[in-house]
Design a protein around this ligand. Structure first.
Ligand SMILES: [Ca+2]
Ligand SMILES: [Ca+2]
Length: 264
């Protein structure tokens, strides 16, 4: 599919137009002046319908919460479509949106989108992208489960754990060995440039509606802000299914559930 990005904006040199579709959260799209627009051309013969727009805000401070974010994230906007790149029709409008640092929000169409279960479908590769923790130099987990339904059984068997690396021998396999006495430690350093992730490549595509993360006894090493992502190839591209934001107050060995808010 040929897809092209455009905007009418004078961008910061480092925040060029294409960054808004880059899976790296350190890439940003920024601009001055109003009104402005950002559009995506799916290419001739590839017409699609759109039922939601998802936006990740910038981080506003060292803890990723607050700061200047609410001044730079979009607040009021229209989602529009066109068949001739000239005449545009508003499908739905958003007003009064607020964000905090790295917050990921879905803005769904006001028309009804009918589905049951997961809206994301089955995919072979699922991962948890770790953006912020609760004070530790790394994130750690004794066990991670990926469930097709909330409260369902773990699907992580018969495939391969995946990660960007691990902390001092605490390998990704330790999160999926059904043994609470072994733990995974991330490469995570709680900085804006990190790429830490932990996930699972299944033997065949699965749906995931819930992640269960069992903490170690170090509650600072728990995830605070994370994305649940999927891909159909181990090399990506990765799509954000849902996110958790400001997940604080963990206790030792707590098993915390991250459930897809769009599962019905
Ligand atoms: Ca398991
Ligand atoms: Ca383990």
């Amino acid at each position: 599919m040929l897809a092209l990005l455009f905007s009418n904006l004078t961008s910061f040199a480092a925040f060029n137009t294409g960054n808004a579709c880059d899976p790296n959260k350190t890439a940003q799209h920024a601009f001055f002046g109003f009104p402005h627009w950002w559009k995506y051309d799916f290419g001739s013969g590839n017409a699609v319908d759109i039922f939601g727009v998802s936006i990740v805000a910038r981080s506003g401070g060292s803890d990723g919460a607050g700061g200047s974010v609410n001044m730079t994230a979009p607040k009021n906007f229209n989602v529009q479509y066109s068949d001739d790149n000239s005449s545009w029709t508003t499908k739905w409008s958003v007003t009064g949106a607020t964000f905090s640092g790295y917050e990921f929000r879905h803005f769904l169409a006001t028309t009804t989108l009918a589905y049951t279960g997961s809206p994301h479908g089955a995919h072979q590769h699922w991962r948890i992208r770790l953006l912020l923790d609760n004070g530790g130099n790394i994130c750690s987990a004794e066990e991670i489960e990926m469930r097709a339904t909330p409260g369902g059984s773990d699907q992580c068997s018969g495939g391969t754990p995946i990660s960007d690396g691990e902390w001092t021998g605490h390998v990704d396999d330790n999160a999926f060995d059904n043994n609470n006495s072994t733990f995974y430690g991330s490469t995570f350093t709680n900085t804006a440039s990190n790429v830490a992730y932990i996930g699972y490549s299944f033997a065949s595509p699965v749906t995931v509606a819930e992640i269960a993360w069992r903490a170690t006894t170090d509650t600072g090493q728990t995830p605070k802000t994370l994305f649940i992502q999927y891909a159909d190839s181990s090399s990506g591209p990765w799509t954000i299914a849902w996110a958790a934001h400001n997940s604080t107050g963990w206790t030792s060995n707590e098993v915390r559930l991250f459930t897809d808010p769009n599962y019905v």
